[in-house]
Design a protein around this ligand. Sequence first.
Ligand SMILES: [Zn+2]
Ligand SMILES: [Zn+2]
Length: 342
Amino acid sequence: MTNLSLATDFISSPLLTVPSKAKTTKRTYLDTRVTKTHRDNKRTRSQRARERLQTKGHLERLANELHEPELADKLRRCHSRLSVLTCGRHIERIIPNFTCEFRLCPDCGRRRSRKLQNKYLPMMRAFLRHRQVTPVHLVLTQTHRKETRKQSAKRIKDAFTKLQRRSFWKEFFKGGTWSLEFTKDKNGLHHTHLHIIGFRRKFFDIELLRSEWLAVTGDSHVLHLKPIQDIAAGLREVVKYVSKPLDIRRFGADDLREFLKLKNMRMFGTFGDFRDFCKRFDPSDNDGDEASELEKANRDLTEGCACPKCAAPLFDLRLSSDELLRFYEGIESSPPGKVGTS
Ligand SMILES: [Zn+2]
Ligand SMILES: [Zn+2]
């Protein structure tokens, strides 16, 4: 499924009313994205690792084409040597020798996405415990115009800022997070979406939100809203757009050149009451959060500790990225079947 057909699905899809208990049979934009995520997750680790290597090779070639030798060199070195904490069957932690921090690098994108999840998940859970709110995933879109990616992003972010100032928004939402998603249609026009985890105080008619969005954008009313059942999965879903802005393997040199101009643009942020809550948040207040305790225990593992999945002792392995790929393949092909994930 290409970005193009996803975007078309989205525009033509009926909007869900809120709250919606009825199952909708027609596949909507968001449903398609979710289905796609599930399919992505079914690919083996070695397949995903191979794709990341191919993506980086492609980016390195484009960087050379654009006469950006520094970027090409950084991409080549990024995650090329790895320190792997493993029992031989399960991998608990991978520490790279060098990270390029380039926004389109798939390895650094995964790290950034994990960092965002580790940072914001405890705050979201605490916020949900302390406030009478329901998390929702809101997708805001805008009409397509002939403009640069940067202009397109600025236009939708400005509209969202205006939306937050309106009394409707203040009545029904208590802040949240936003992230930008970029796609392009066959005519080369940019589609920029805002993915928002919004903390909703009470139900409202979706038509009201549509008219509010139309009022601030002037010409867009297309949006999608869906309650989030599992906040960890909801957060994972929206940070995905930060770590994987586009299908990079279809990128040309021009796309990369344009992306290099976006260097300092923010792709993720918090807003409203949730933003203030994050500023004051003290992790030690979060004792009631069993899930975060578990995450902490996993981070403290070192060589000689028992593997949490099979109790065998953990040891450190130094591998190149190609060796890691073969290591994954070895784990996947050796019985018994079930392979753990870190
Ligand atoms: Zn990198
Ligand atoms: Zn193990």
